[in-house]
Design a protein around this ligand. Structure first.
Ligand code: FAD
Length: 503
């Protein structure tokens, strides 16, 4: 029976897991070891809507304290400077899932050329606003449609403080060796001579994957046939008069793409590229030419892929030690949250005695989650026609779609209909839903055989719908600055149950 857990690693993943275990299983002893010399990765700043739901719903972290101390910014989705036409907004609100009264046609058929104003989120993004003003006064009508932008370097110390409040024991030390018995670990030794024995070990050691990859020898499954980028040059600058945008920007670059992430006091940018097509120096030069305000930069190498298993015996990996995909859809924090939920759920529901069927079922589920994200990202690379550089020519021809091939074939024949969603997504996790895939194919203007389905009357109704959304967003929308001023104000109170509903 699991009663005593040691976590190796004190980055976002290690502390999110420690907090999850102590919150959901308070009887569990949780010790966390982190190296005083290795440090944390220090990047990883965009999220999906899952993160606020996880922090404030699943973990019960009060949003008021979090807004005041961690100072997240708000993100309605991603603006993609991508595809062959104008930039398009991919919001978290599921724009293509809605229906308008005037037609039974899925709305994806109506917004073939642009997603502008497709729903309120995309209209707000277009006007640089995040929420509508509340009907009763000048405060935000807060919705669940936002994720966070959070500086990794600010989040991790706050998570550590919260973990300490929950009774997590933090030990500074470097891993020296691991004692294995069969398919389990019995203890780990630290360089200072300490030995830590436990029932269960969580590997949160980042790219080093000390326990799962090295000690247990689980093989790594590369995603390099779909995701060819392997480095990022990162940098940023202190915000001056730039407005805080309510989205991440993903911009096509010569040999990859660049993000722009918005923090209240800072703008962070990073260029994700493939070292086979551009050198570090040339990538830095292209990045700097587009961002003249950028300060010092650093290069972060990475290897896309996941471990063949992420739960072996009494070892469970979380975060970068379990796998990694580049942040094109900002999915790492989402995966970490899933990893925490699955482990806590398995331990709680089995009374700490997890059997092999439950273990391998969770292991397979997490593997599919990683693969689904790879497939989703592959679609972005395969169909982005914005540039015709050697890198993009290679992507158009060679990016492997894997599970996304079915989605693309179906779309080519039928267009953005959601009628077959259950079949097309089963048995995957559907984090982005079929609607997410269709949004990108529509936004990138990928042709399909059913393009001319809408009548003139339906098109006119759609034009009214988008114009009305855009007008309302412009007149009644609040900026991120206006919204954060309210949410960080001690007089603001959250509606009871706002996040508990999302448990
Ligand atoms: C370029 C880039 C951009 C990214 N952008 C995003 C994004 O926008 N959104 C998103 O969700 N994610 C993003 N990520 C991913 C994100 O950074 C990570 O998922 C997240 O920070 C979790 O990291 P971690 O805790 O697994 O690893 P780390 O932060 O690397 O922590 C590892 C911990 O293990 C400890 N450790 C390692 N080895 C030892 C040892 N031998 N002994 C003792 N301790 C040890 C270290 O001291 C450290 O405490 C990005 C990643 C990269 C590379």
């Amino acid at each position: 029976m699991v009663k005593d857990i040691v976590i190796l690693g004190g980055g976002t993943a290690g502390f999110m897991m420690a907090i999850s275990l102590r919150t959901r299983l308070p009887e569990m002893r949780v010790r966390l070891v982190r190296s005083p010399t290795i440090g944390i990765i220090g990047v990883g700043e965009g999220s999906t809507t899952d993160l606020p739901a996880f922090f404030h719903g699943y973990l019960g972290i009060p949003p008021d304290e979090f807004y005041r101390e961690v100072k997240p910014s708000l993100k309605l989705g991603i603006k993609f400077i991508w595809g062959s036409g104008d930039a398009y907004h991919y919001g978290f609100s599921g724009a293509l899932r809605q229906h308008i009264q005037e037609t039974a046609l899925p709305v994806g058929f109506l917004c073939d050329k642009t997603l502008s104003g497709a729903d309120m989120s995309s209209a707000l993004m277009e006007h640089g606003k995040v929420f509508l003003q509340h009907a009763e006064g000048r405060w935000p009508d807060v919705r669940h449609t936002v994720g966070y932008h959070i500086e990794n370097a600010e989040l991790v110390p706050w998570l550590e403080k919260h973990a300490a409040r929950l009774g997590v024991e933090v030990i500074d030390g470097d891993l020296a060796s691991v004692v294995r018995k069969g398919d389990s670990i019995t203890s780990i030794h630290l360089a200072d001579g300490h030995e830590l024995a436990a029932d269960f070990f969580v590997d949160a050691s980042g790219f080093r994957s000390e326990l799962l990859g090295k000690a247990m020898g689980v093989p790594f499954v590369s995603y390099a046939d779909s995701l060819i980028c392997d480095r990022a040059v990162v940098g940023g600058w202190v915000r001056t008069d730039e407005p805080i945008l309510p989205y991440t920007t993903a911009e096509t670059m010569d040999a990859g793409w660049a993000w722009q992430i918005e923090h209240p006091g800072r703008i962070n940018r990073g260029y994700v590229y493939c070292s086979k097509f551009i050198t570090d120096a040339a990538a830095e030069a292209e990045f700097r030419a587009k961002n003249p305000k950028v300060g010092p930069t650093r290069v972060v190498p990475f290897v896309p892929g996941r471990y063949a298993q992420q739960w072996v015996g009494n070892v469970y990996a979380v975060g970068n030690s379990s796998g990694f995909v580049e942040p094109l859809e900002a999915t790492s924090l989402l995966v970490i949250a899933h990893e925490c939920r699955f482990l806590c759920g398995a331990l709680a529901e089995s009374g700490g005695e997890v059997g092999p069927e439950l273990r391998s079922s969770i292991d397979r589920t997490l593997g599919r989650l990683w693969d689904e994200i790879r497939d989703f990202l592959a679609v972005h690379y395969r169909f982005n026609r914005r540039l015709n550089t050697p890198f993009w020519k290679h992507c158009h021809k060679h990016v492997a779609l894997h599970g996304a091939q079915r989605w693309v074939d179906f779309y080519g024949e039928n267009g953005p209909t959601l009628v077959a969603e259950t079949d097309l997504l089963a048995p995957v996790q559907s984090v982005f839903h079929l609607e997410g895939v269709w949004t990108h194919l529509v936004g990138m203007q990928v042709p399909h055989a059913r393009a001319e389905r809408a009548t003139a009357a339906e098109r006119a109704a759609w034009a009214n719908h988008t114009a009305s959304n855009l007008a309302q967003a412009k007149t009644h929308g609040l900026t991120v600055e206006e919204t954060l001023a309210v949410l960080q104000d001690p007089r603001w109170t959250w509606t009871p149950g706002f996040y508990a509903l999302r448990r």
